[in-house]
Ligand binder design. Structure first.
Ligand code: 1BN
Ligand code: ZN
Length: 399
């Protein structure tokens, strides 16, 4: 009887299997200590009164109002002037709400993306960093500094910090002809600032997540060009990293999903390394502060309390891989949550800065930018003394 494998020896089949199965997760290039030590800090950009990134978001921004349009313009201005290689899109929808009677309220999602210059859009898997930019309708005057002005500013800082590294890496790949050979040749990044996350009256499936529901549906329905690697823009999301309620001191971040616990552990490891390298300004209350409390757990040891309602839900429901980074200790959200105390003055700016550096490190590691990030003069002197080369394609750590 002939075998289904056309006469190949079992040993050869095993070897081929091992080779192909190990290929998609081959490696993850770790960011070095030198790079972690030289990641750009936001300097004055997070000043709550004058900071170029954060202060324009610290205002009311209820969907369909002047505040919302001003914050949206701030995002557009920032990407157009500081990150001109990024593609900007606005995704529009309208909906009735429980407080607007017959009126259709406009919701505008902001999308910015950067792909390798040679890649077809449908062939790029994108790390997707997400925060909502709307603020609550009630109580009147609600600012939502942790919810989610600060997370938007953190993402802006992180994208600005890796942008030149992306250019350098992709330029080197283009010159050396490596662009078609490797998986990272098709690795991109995108930012979603979503509108209408908050309920206008009280949270329900219809009164919440207005922008996220519209975008997830549209990206699920849209089909990429024929022969694309990814069928839809939704399936092009390699990981959906949602930041919410960040900017209070001593946050507690749980891991909610088994399938992305490995990525959560990457964040936890980076937190630990940045602290060890004295790169964190905020100091915790505990003797050994730790934001990512599940960092030492295995994926089967997570508490399994289920996920919290937030913008990831319409994407999760469609099979997208989610990493939900939300300050929600087992005892609840930060005490300012959904009160007028969630304002600029109650942000812990050292913590906001530390978050922005951690997100930079995570994005730089995901995009494999070791050797392509700008070095501080001191770190680059140390590297020369230690005789290390930059742009080391092959220095990879097995997962
Ligand atoms: C998070 C921040 N959420 C709203 N602002 C989502 C949420 C709403 C989570 C109600 C729990 C309850
Ligand atoms: Zn909220």
């Amino acid at each position: 009887m002939s075998s289904a494998y056309g006469g190949l020896s079992p040993l050869l089949i095993l070897c081929l299997g091992l080779f192909f199965f190990s290929f998609p997760v081959i490696s993850y290039q770790e960011i070095s200590d030198e790079t972690l030590k030289s990641l750009p800090r936001p300097k004055t950009d997070f000043d709550i009164h004058t900071g170029a990134l954060l202060s324009p978001i610290l205002r009311t921004r209820v969907p369909g109002t002047e505040g919302s349009r001003a914050v949206l313009n701030h995002f557009v201005d920032f990407f157009q002037s500081s990150l001109p290689d990024w593609k900007i899109e606005l995704q529009n929808s309208t909906s009735k709400t429980p407080v607007h009677g017959n009126k259709d309220v406009p919701f505008v999602n902001f999308i910015a993306s950067r792909d390798p210059p040679w890649a077809q859009a449908g062939d790029v898997g994108r790390l997707t960093l997400v925060a909502h930019y709307d603020s609550k309708y009630e109580p009147e005057g609600f600012i939502g500094a942790i919810d989610s002005a600060a997370p938007c500013a953190m993402i802006m800082h992180a994208m600005r910090s890796i942008d030149a590294g992306l250019t350098k890496k992709w330029e080197k790949m283009r010159k050396s002809g490596r662009k078609h050979q490797s998986l990272e040749g098709q690795k991109g990044i995108q930012v979603l600032f979503l509108d209408g996350e908050e309920a206008f009256k009280s949270w329900s499936a219809e009164d919440s997540l207005y922008g996220a529901r519209s975008l997830a549906e549209q990206w699920d329905d849209e089909v990429n060009a024929a022969m694309s690697v990814y069928k839809t823009p939704l399936s092009s999301i390699s990981l959906f990293v949602l930041l919410d309620l960040l900017g209070s001191k001593d946050p507690t971040i749980q891991s909610y999903f088994e399938t992305t616990h490995w990525a959560y552990k990457k964040l936890a490891a980076l937190e630990k390394r940045l602290r060890g390298l004295n790169q964190f300004k905020s100091t915790g209350n505990a003797p050994k502060p730790q934001w990512f409390i599940d960092g030492s757990k295995g994926e089967h040891e997570l508490s399994g309390f289920g996920s919290i309602q937030d913008d990831h839900i319409p994407f999760l429901d469609r099979g997208v891989e989610i990493l939900h980074v939300i300050d929600a200790s087992p005892f609840g959200f930060p005490k300012v949550w959904h009160t007028l105390d969630d304002n600029a003055e109650n942000l812990d700016i050292d913590t906001v800065e530390d978050w922005s550096v951690l997100i930079t490190a995570f994005a730089a590691e995901w995009m494999e930018l070791e050797g392509f990030m700008q070095m501080s003069k001191k770190a680059s002197r140390e590297e020369n003394v230690n005789g290390k080369a930059s742009g080391q394609w092959n220095k990879k750590t097995e997962l």
